[in-house]
Design a protein around this ligand. Structure first.
Ligand code: NAD
Ligand code: UDP
Ligand code: UDP
Length: 323
């Protein structure tokens, strides 16, 4: 029989992905029962391989665009491809994942009265006119461009979360994640940190899109997961949205030069066209996170996080996968 102690039954959708797998690790460490649901579109069993034999861990292949009937206390809704290359591969499925996925997970949360957290994104701000971006800013998103399936899907998911909150008194949490990197990013997912590191390690050209002066703020995965856990634990009166990220802001040229220096690579920089609607600058205002999440602040600076990520890619590029 189930023990009614501090241990909870927690559903992580997208749990076999980059961030989801780190979240599963932390939840297992904390003593919870974890149900990891994933359709393995961008995630892989390899990310949770070390958890497969754990008695409190379960892995289920399922697509969140279809209903899911399980009994849980909390839901972390992370299912959605995050890199432009992947979310643009099947844009209709991307929108369905955010929108139908949110409806199904909210319907589930409503039925079992679970608390539910949505992994939203800085992309809800689009190509922003305000800098840094704060939560009250409504954003500047192209509704019909190649990034729209992701941006508008995530915006609609936020709307659904707040409407279920108002209409059905659901306990919701919305976090807006800024670019996050670390071990278990997909080697071929096309995101800038994984691309540059893999290119540098293989001695291939480093691909700078546009002039390389566009900026991003990079948060290390461990800092992000810590903030997400703290957000889930906040009181019901604080649904968010809350920005989570590291405000250190770097141009893509600066990032490329750091990766070259840290890997000792002989790779050269090459220019490729800038994809359309690529945001020019992005930096989170994390005042609300710092106030509401018990003094949370990012601990890992870019150089330190890049070293750990480089070590990870160095290992997986040479080791064969077992699952
Ligand atoms: P990821 O691609 O590694 O993980 C997404 C996971 O969701 C994968 O395991 C994938 O297989 C799964 N998935 C996709 N569609 C699904 C579906 N229909 N049903 C079930 N599973 C599905 O990406 P990530 O970086 O780990 O991102 C996790 C979440 O955080 C995403 O919702 C993403 O939008 C959000 N986010 C990430 C970042 C970032 O920089 N990493 C930034 C903003 C928001
Ligand atoms: N749903 C689900 N699991 C549940 C409960 C609901 O996947 O445990 C899905 C179901 O497919 C439904 C959606 O969530 O379409 C929204 O549920 P809600 O109760 O909000 O609306 P309705 O059932 O009226 O469509
Ligand atoms: N980028 C780049 N070279 C690459 C991959 C990406 O210069 O090989 C740029 C991209 O144009 C964008 C930034 O890096 O300006 C971040 O891209 P990413 O896909 O990682 O995240 P997002 O654009 O969603 O923030």
């Amino acid at each position: 029989m189930r023990q009614y102690n501090a241990s909870k039954r927690i559903l992580v959708t997208g749990g076999a992905g980059f961030l989801g797998s780190h979240l599963c690790d932390r939840l297992i460490e904390q003593g919870h029962d974890v149900l990891c649901v994933d359709n393995f579109f961008t995630g892989t069993k390899r990310n949770v391989e070390h958890l497969l034999d754990h008695p409190r861990f379960e892995l289920m292949r399922h697509d969140v665009t279809f209903p899911l009937y399980v009994e849980v206390d909390e839901i972390f809704n992370l299912a959605c491809p995050a890199s432009p290359v992947h979310y643009q591969h099947d844009p209709v499925q991307t929108t369905k994942t955010s929108v139908h996925g949110a409806i199904n997970m909210l319907g589930l949360a409503k039925r079992v009265r679970a608390k539910i957290l949505q992994a939203s994104t800085s992309e809800v701000y689009g190509d922003p006119e305000v800098h840094p971006q704060y939560e009250a800013y409504w954003g500047r998103v192209n509704p019909i461009g190649i990034r729209s399936c992701y941006d508008e899907g995530k915006r609609c998911a936020e709307t659904l979360f707040f409407d279920y909150h108002r209409q059905h008194q659901l306990r919701i949490k919305v976090v807006r994640i800024f670019n996050t990197y670390g071990p278990r990013m997909h080697a071929n997912d096309g995101r800038v940190v994984s691309n540059f590191i893999v290119q540098a390690l293989k001695g291939e050209d480093i691909t700078i899109y546009g002039d390389g002066n566009q900026t991003r703020s990079f948060c290390y995965a461990d800092d992000l997961i810590e903030a997400m856990l703290r957000m889930m634990a906040t009181g019901d009166e604080f649904p968010g949205p809350v920005n989570i990220g590291n405000p250190g802001e770097f141009s893509m040229l600066e990032l490329a030069n750091k990766v070259i220096a840290l890997t000792g690579s002989k790779s050269k920089l090459v220019r490729l066209p800038l994809p359309s609607d690529d945001p020019k600058q992005r930096r989170p205002d994390i005042t609300i996170a710092q106030k509401e999440l018990g003094g949370w602040t990012p601990q890992t600076q870019l150089d330190e996080g890049l070293k750990k990520t480089i070590a990870y890619f160095d290992k997986i590029l040479t080791e064969p996968a077992t699952v």
